[in-house]
Ligand binder design. Structure first.
Ligand code: GAL
Length: 745
């Protein structure tokens, strides 16, 4: 056959929310099935307050598959990035195989079951119940897994002998002998077949920088794959936080007749180490300033397409200015990790699990998950740690010896870690990681080399974005206090706050409405003041940040029982505050209370310059200065009036592939564009053009903000959203939906 063919298998599915006997039969009448596109959630839910058994059922997906004429000796695979939680696949009524576990990919070889040049029927029965035989289930879990074929799928046609996977491992990148050990794993070569040749070429954009060849004897198929060493890479830039250089490694397999298969992976060259003196990236100390991320989105669980997954990485890196994220508590979307590579966001990736360890079969699956995680993600330069312990589980040496051994055997270039909540638990991993929920954010002193605080805050201080100003500000200061402590001791490699975004959970956790409000942003990714703290920690050369942790209002200050002392999160070195144009405060960062943070918060006495008897309340203007120069200004209205409705989409363009999506944020603001934090009401949305709404309509304002997503269908065109507020009139946004090629099968 010619070169391998890989294409999307996301479109053209039909779905039924139940089990269907004989679901794979070609002659089954599936007219009552609903047309769906992957990623797909088996049910659409309210964003909170729903019954968490609502998605736990068996469902059926069917798809016709028209294959090209037999290319001669080809093999065909259906690759699923994630099916929650168990999948059984049939082709033309014949069972091909099954897979248990929703956080790692599964592949089914269809070769012996398909008709080339004809119509085939694929059917996937998906069991989304919390089966105790499958990690993470069996105990209580503080997050929801949801259900459905919730990640992307592809069809892959390859020759009989092909490159199954490639691990391009950077070696000695800080020395003059920098190289890539490109490990190539072959499939399908008969042991007595004549020798094959492998070529590994490193490309910088379109330019081939270096290449190497090697002859391999199929009989000799080492477990570690065939290694092709590529050197001469000195001219390539390193992968770093600010300049995440990425290169393509193209592996080609040749037999006597020529090239029979080609695979491409992307790599970055970097050196990452945990030492007794902290974490070092490319020889430079980097304090990990991170957050934990759950992959939950409102209404659809994890079933958001690549663009929306990637957006989360952007929020973490570019809005929250984190340099690291922990994928609590499972391998997350490949698109999210791709974006981490591109943005310079370091990743602590973790096996699925939460406190519970099951029986022997469960442990075998947990080990399989570790192997699948490492094999799926070993080329991501952003990943610096493999989490090979079930989050917060008790010691279980026989399991964790296995998981550590698997990760080390597959990838000796990265350390392992495992997250515990008992400081004296057995350490089988390379890097000690502790969830430290000390009161007031006080952490235990580091007692291991390479000490990482994998979680803090969280349930110690649940905070709704609409909570009163004391609480939202206190959440921000708790995160600031912990990061100050982490920054003050080189033995801490750094820490990951719990957590980035509010997430759905079971009734026994969170606020009783299926949400843990532990995020520094809410489940719609709308920031709380704690987000302002994270944002303020970047260098002012990257962005000048000035974010008050309070909102400006006439009554909420000390003399009326409010907080009085308002925190301002900024990377400026001086802040001047004016009320109605009169200077009321000249502020410096509070280095005394936060001696170690790169940018300590400022504190502003909100009664400054305002006579207690004064009943009018002026506009507040904050000016941020750097080295005596005005760097940024923000003004907050003192009138207390909802003035405007504004609408903003995260993207201006979508692909007409039936699943691409973007977020639409609606805000009620004052006359300066600042969100009015108590604005309520329902906004009616009129959507025209080729997209559907994911979200409520009318959509309620929560603390002045309302959020929905637009999901493109398969027609190109212009989507227009008209938002209608009962008093503030309408606001309109448009998104162009671009034509994309049809799927080939
Ligand atoms: C931790 C746990 C997290 C989350 C958090 C809430 O103990 O690892 O998954 O439940 O508590 O603060």
């Amino acid at each position: 056959m010619g070169p391998r063919v890989v294409g999307s298998l996301n479109r053209g599915w039909r779905y039924h929310a139940g089990a269907v006997p004989g679901s794979g039969r070609g002659d089954l009448d599936d007219r009552h099935f609903a047309p769906v596109t992957l990623p797909h959630s088996n049910v659409t839910l309210p964003w909170h307050g729903f019954d968490d058994t609502a998605y736990q059922f068996v469902s059926t997906y069917r798809r016709h598959l028209r294959l090209p004429a037999d290319p001669g000796g080809a093999r065909v695979f259906a690759d699923f990035d994630g099916v929650m939680t168990a999948a059984t696949l049939t082709v033309n009524g014949r069972r091909v195989g099954d897979h248990r576990g929703g956080y790692v990919p599964c592949s089914f070889e269809l070769t012996d079951h398909v008709r080339w040049g004809g119509d085939n029927v694929l059917a996937v029965e998906v069991d989304s119940t919390e089966r105790p035989d499958i990690p993470p289930f069996g105990g209580h879990v503080d997050y929801l897994a949801f259900g459905g074929i919730y990640r992307e799928a592809r069809l892959r046609i390859v020759p009989a002998t092909f490159v199954r996977e490639v691990f391009a491992k950077p070696v000695d990148v800080l020395t003059g002998a920098r190289r890539l050990d490109v490990r190539c794993f072959l499939d399908g070569a008969a042991p007595d077949a004549p020798p094959l040749r492998l070529k590994a070429a490193v490309h910088d954009g379109d330019r081939c920088v270096a290449a190497a060849w090697r002859e391999v004897a199929p009989a000799d198929s080492p477990d570690g794959g065939h290694t092709v060493t590529v050197s001469g890479l000195e001219q390539l830039g390193l992968w770093d936080l600010d300049h995440p250089g990425l290169y393509r490694v193209v592996v080609s397999l040749y037999d006597a007749g020529g090239c029979i298969d080609t695979v491409e992976v992307r790599v970055g060259l970097r050196d990452a180490r945990f030492t007794a003196e902290g974490f070092f990236l490319n020889g430079r100390r980097v304090k990990l300033r991170g957050l934990n991320r759950h992959q939950t989105f409102p209404h659809v669980g994890g079933a958001m397409p690549a663009r929306v997954q990637r957006r989360d990485a952007r929020i973490l890196r570019q809005e929250l200015k984190c340099n690291a994220v922990r994928t609590s508590h499972y391998p997350q979307s490949p698109s999210f990790l791709d974006a981490c590579d591109e943005l310079g966001l370091l990743v602590f990736e973790e096996m699925p699990g939460w406190q519970h360890v099951g029986d022997e079969g469960w442990k075998d699956l947990a080990c399989r998950d570790v192997e699948a995680m490492v094999r799926r993600d070993w080329n991501h330069p952003s990943i610096i740690l493999w989490g090979v312990r079930v989050n917060e589980s008790f010691d279980c040496p026989e399991l964790y010896r296995r998981t550590n051994a698997i990760a080390r055997r597959l990838d000796d270039s990265r350390p392992t870690s495992g997250v515990r909540y008992l400081p004296d638990s057995e350490l089988l991993e390379d890097v000690f990681a502790l969830n430290d929920f000390g009161p007031d954010g006080l952490l235990l002193a580091p007692n291991h080399a390479g000490y990482l605080v994998s979680e803090f805050a969280g349930h110690m201080f649940p905070t709704k974005r609409t909570d009163n100003v004391e609480r939202v500000q206190a959440q921000a200061l708790l995160h600031a206090t912990v990061h100050d402590r982490l920054a003050g001791d080189d033995r801490y490699a750094g820490g990951f706050g719990w957590c980035a975004f509010d997430y759905n959970t079971h009734a026994e956790f969170g606020s009783g409405d299926r949400v843990c409000y532990h995020g520094v942003a809410d489940i719609f990714r709308v920031p709380k003041p704690a987000a302002g703290f994270y944002r303020s920690q970047c260098d002012s050369g990257e962005e000048v940040v000035l974010e008050p942790g309070f909102h400006w209002s006439a009554g909420d200050h000390a003399e009326y029982g409010g907080p009085g002392r308002g925190a301002i999160f900024s990377n400026c070195d001086r802040v001047l505050a004016y009320v109605d144009g009169a200077l009321v405060a000249d502020l410096l960062p509070d280095h005394k209370s936060f001696p170690h943070l790169p940018h300590a918060p400022f504190f502003f006495d909100q009664t400054s310059g305002i006579a207690p008897w004064r009943r009018t309340w002026g506009d507040l203007t904050l000016e941020g200065y750097l080295g005596g120069t005005l760097a940024t200004t923000k003004t907050f209205s003192g009138r207390g009036v909802d003035r405007a409705l504004c609408v903003l989409t995260d993207d201006e363009e979508l692909d007409a592939d039936g699943s691409d999506a973007t977020r639409v944020v609606l805000r009620v603001t004052d006359e300066y564009g600042v969100t009015r934090p108590h604005a309520t009401g329902a906004i009616r949305l009129e959507v025209s053009g080729p997209a559907a709404l994911v979200g409520d309509n009318p959509v309620p304002l929560i603390g002045g903000v309302a959020v929905v997503w637009l999901r493109a269908d398969e027609r190109p065109g212009t989507v227009r959203v008209v938002a209608i507020h009962p008093d503030l009139g309408t606001a309109t946004a448009e998104v162009a939906v671009r034509e994309v090629a049809a799927e080939r099968w």
